[in-house]
Design a protein around this ligand. Structure first.
Ligand SMILES: [Zn+2]
Length: 67
Protein backbone atom coordinates (compact mmCIF):
# COMPACT_ATOMS: atom_id res chain seq x y z
CA UNK A 1 0.00 0.00 0.00
CA UNK A 2 3.05 2.21 0.09
CA UNK A 3 3.69 2.08 -3.60
CA UNK A 4 1.60 4.93 -4.88
CA UNK A 5 4.70 7.03 -5.31
CA UNK A 6 8.05 5.99 -6.62
CA UNK A 7 11.22 7.55 -5.34
CA UNK A 8 12.82 10.07 -7.67
CA UNK A 9 15.34 8.52 -9.95
CA UNK A 10 18.37 10.23 -8.61
CA UNK A 11 20.59 7.22 -8.37
CA UNK A 12 23.71 6.70 -10.41
CA UNK A 13 23.97 8.71 -13.57
CA UNK A 14 21.03 10.97 -12.87
CA UNK A 15 21.07 14.44 -11.51
CA UNK A 16 18.44 15.88 -9.23
CA UNK A 17 14.89 15.13 -10.22
CA UNK A 18 11.93 17.20 -9.17
CA UNK A 19 9.71 15.11 -6.95
CA UNK A 20 6.66 16.90 -8.21
CA UNK A 21 6.91 17.34 -11.96
CA UNK A 22 9.85 15.11 -12.79
CA UNK A 23 12.04 17.84 -14.22
CA UNK A 24 15.64 16.77 -14.33
CA UNK A 25 18.23 19.28 -13.22
CA UNK A 26 21.29 19.94 -15.27
CA UNK A 27 24.42 18.75 -13.60
CA UNK A 28 24.80 16.34 -10.74
CA UNK A 29 23.24 18.35 -7.98
CA UNK A 30 20.15 20.46 -7.65
CA UNK A 31 20.56 24.14 -8.49
CA UNK A 32 20.41 26.60 -5.62
CA UNK A 33 17.01 27.66 -6.83
CA UNK A 34 15.64 24.22 -6.12
CA UNK A 35 14.07 23.36 -2.83
CA UNK A 36 15.17 20.43 -0.75
CA UNK A 37 12.55 19.13 1.59
CA UNK A 38 12.63 16.17 3.94
CA UNK A 39 9.31 14.46 4.23
CA UNK A 40 8.64 11.13 5.82
CA UNK A 41 12.35 10.52 6.13
CA UNK A 42 12.84 11.02 2.43
CA UNK A 43 14.77 13.81 0.82
CA UNK A 44 12.68 15.38 -1.86
CA UNK A 45 13.72 17.94 -4.39
CA UNK A 46 11.50 20.48 -6.06
CA UNK A 47 12.41 22.51 -9.09
CA UNK A 48 12.20 26.26 -9.03
CA UNK A 49 8.59 26.56 -10.09
CA UNK A 50 7.40 23.65 -7.98
CA UNK A 51 9.34 25.01 -5.01
CA UNK A 52 7.30 28.17 -5.13
CA UNK A 53 4.08 26.21 -4.98
CA UNK A 54 5.48 23.92 -2.35
CA UNK A 55 6.72 26.77 -0.17
CA UNK A 56 3.29 28.33 -0.25
CA UNK A 57 1.77 25.09 0.90
CA UNK A 58 4.34 24.70 3.65
CA UNK A 59 3.92 28.24 4.84
CA UNK A 60 0.17 27.96 4.99
CA UNK A 61 0.18 24.80 7.05
CA UNK A 62 3.41 24.21 8.79
CA UNK A 63 4.62 21.64 11.25
CA UNK A 64 2.45 18.83 12.47
CA UNK A 65 0.53 18.40 9.27
CA UNK A 66 3.77 17.55 7.54
CA UNK A 67 5.21 15.39 10.26
ZN1 LIG B 1 9.02 20.59 -10.60
Amino acid sequence: MDEETHPPEQAAGHGAVCARCGTVAEGDTAPLTWLCSVEDGRRLLFCESCARLHIRAVESRLDSVWW
